[in-house]
Design a protein around this ligand. Structure first.
Ligand code: NDP
Length: 331
C-alpha cells in the first residue's frame, strides 16, 4: 500500500516522470484460456506514447468481466493480436505527454477506461502493468476525495451504468429496477439513477447478504432474489436495467412504453443491448457527484488485491459473486 501513498502528486513523482524505463512488469497472456494463462512478464515493453496520448504510471487497476471474456477468446474476431496485457480500468499519474496533448501534464492524477471500444480492437497493452498509454480524451482528473484504488474501480462500471440509464431514457420522476444491484455496474446504476437521474423509485435485486448494501446505496425496494422472483411481484417499472443476463424476465416487469436495457445475455423485445464507449468528458461530468460523496465507489472488501495476486483476483471475479469492484492495488 505504500506505493499508492507515494504516488500522489509530489516532487518525487515529478522527478520520476523524466525517468520512464524501457521495460516494465506486466500481466500478459499469449494464448486464450482461463486465468491460468496469465503470466507475469518482468520485462514487457513500456508502450510508446502517441501524439494524442499520455503515459500513465499505473497506481491501481480494476478487473471487469469483459477482461475475463476477452481472455477466454470470446471476442477473437475483433480483438487485438496476442500477446495481450489485459485491463481496461486505470487510475494513476501522468508521466509523459504526447505532442498534441492539451489537457494534461506530468504529475496529473487521472483515471479512465483505456480503450474507446472495449470489443473492437482494444489496446494490446492494458492497465495490468506498471505503465499504460491512453488517449487524453479517454481520461479525467481523479476526484481528490477518492483514492486511486477507488478511482480505478469506476471507469468501465460507471460509464456503463450512465450510458445504459441514458439510452433507456431514465429521467426525473421515473422508476427503475436494477437487476444485479450489488455488482460493479449495478452498485453504480442504483446511485446514478437516484442522484444523477432523479428517479422517483429505485428497486434492485441481490442475494440475502447484500440487501443491506443495496439499501445503503439508495435502493427504495431491495428484492432478495433467493426469496422472491422479481417477475412475480406486482410492481412494474419505467426502466429495467439488467446487469445479470435476465432479459427474458426483465421485459415482464416493464411498463408499457418503458425501456429494458440489458448488458449481457439474450435480448427479448422491447429490450436492447449496447456496448459501453469510453469517454473522459463523461467521467468529468460525473466527478462532482464523486467529489461531494453523493455517488460512492464500492470496492469489494476481499481486495484490493496486490499486483502479485492478479490471478487470484480474476478467479474471485469469475465466481460472479463480487460486491462492487475487484481492484488491483498497489500496482
Ligand atoms: P460483477 O461481476 O460485478 O457482478 C457480480 C454481481 O452480480 C454480484 O454482486 C452478484 O450478487 C450479482 N448477481 C449474480 N447473479 C445475480 C442474480 N441472479 N440476481 C441479482 N444479482 C446477481 O459484474 P459487472 O457488474 O461488472 O457486470 C455485469 C455484467 O454486465 C457482466 O456480464 C458484464 O460482462 C456485463 N457488462 C457489459 C457491458 C456492456 O457494455 N454491454 C459493460 C460492463 C459490463 P449476488 O452474489 O448477490 O448474486
Amino acid at each position: 500500500r505504500c506505493v499508492a501513498a507515494s504516488a500522489s502528486s509530489s516532487p518525487a513523482t515529478a522527478a520520476a516522470a523524466t525517468e520512464v524505463p524501457g521495460t516494465m512488469k506486466a500481466w500478459a497472456y499469449d494464448t486464450y484460456g482461463d486465468a491460468s494463462v496469465l503470466k507475469i512478464d518482468e520485462a514487457a515493453a513500456v508502450p510508446a506514447v502517441g501524439e494524442d496520448q499520455v503515459l500513465v504510471k499505473v497506481v491501481a487497476a480494476a478487473l471487469n468481466p469483459v477482461d475475463a471474456k476477452r481472455r477466454a477468446g470470446k471476442f477473437q474476431a475483433t480483438d487485438s493480436p496476442l500477446p495481450t496485457v489485459p485491463g481496461y480500468d486505470v487510475a494513476g499519474v501522468v508521466v509523459k505527454v504526447g505532442g498534441q496533448v492539451k489537457g494534461f501534464k506530468e504529475g496529473d492524477e487521472v483515471y479512465g477506461m483505456i480503450s474507446e471500444k472495449p470489443l473492437e480492437g482494444p489496446k494490446q497493452s492494458g492497465s495490468l502493468a506498471e505503465y499504460t498509454a491512453v488517449e487524453e480524451k479517454l481520461l479525467a482528473r481523479k476526484p481528490k476525495s477518492i483514492d486511486f484504488a477507488q478511482a480505478a474501480g469506476l471507469p468501465v462500471a460507471i460509464l456503463t451504468a450512465n450510458e445504459g440509464l441514458e439510452k433507456a431514457g431514465l429521467c426525473a420522476g421515473k422508476s427503475v429496477l436494477v437487476l444485479g444491484g450489488a455488482g460493479g455496474v449495478g452498485s453504480l446504476a442504483i446511485q446514478l439513477a437516484k442522484q444523477v437521474y432523479g428517479a422517483s423509485k429505485v428497486a434492485a435485486t441481490a442475494s440475502t447478504k447484500k440487501i443491506e448494501l443495496l439499501k445503503s446505496l439508495g435502493t427504495d425496494v431491495a428484492i432478495d432474489y433467493t426469496k422472491e422472483n422479481f417477475e412475480d411481484l406486482p410492481d412494474k417499472y419505467d426502466v429495467v436495467f439488467d446487469a445479470v443476463g435476465q432479459g427474458e424476465k426483465a421485459v415482464k416487469v416493464v411498463k408499457e412504453g418503458g425501456s429494458v436495457v440489458v448488458l449481457t445475455g439474450a435480448v427479448t423485445p422491447p429490450g436492447f443491448r449496447f456496448v459501453v464507449t469510453s469517454n473522459g468528458s463523461t467521467l468529468e461530468k460525473l466527478n462532482p457527484y464523486l467529489e461531494s460523496g453523493k455517488v460512492k465507489p464500492v470496492v469489494d472488501p476481499q481486495g484490493p488485491f496486490p499486483f502479485s495476486k492478479v490471478v487470484e483476483a480474476f478467479s474471485y471475479l469469475e465466481t460472479g459473486r463480487a460486491t462492487g469492484k475487484v481492484v488491483i492495488s498497489p500496482v
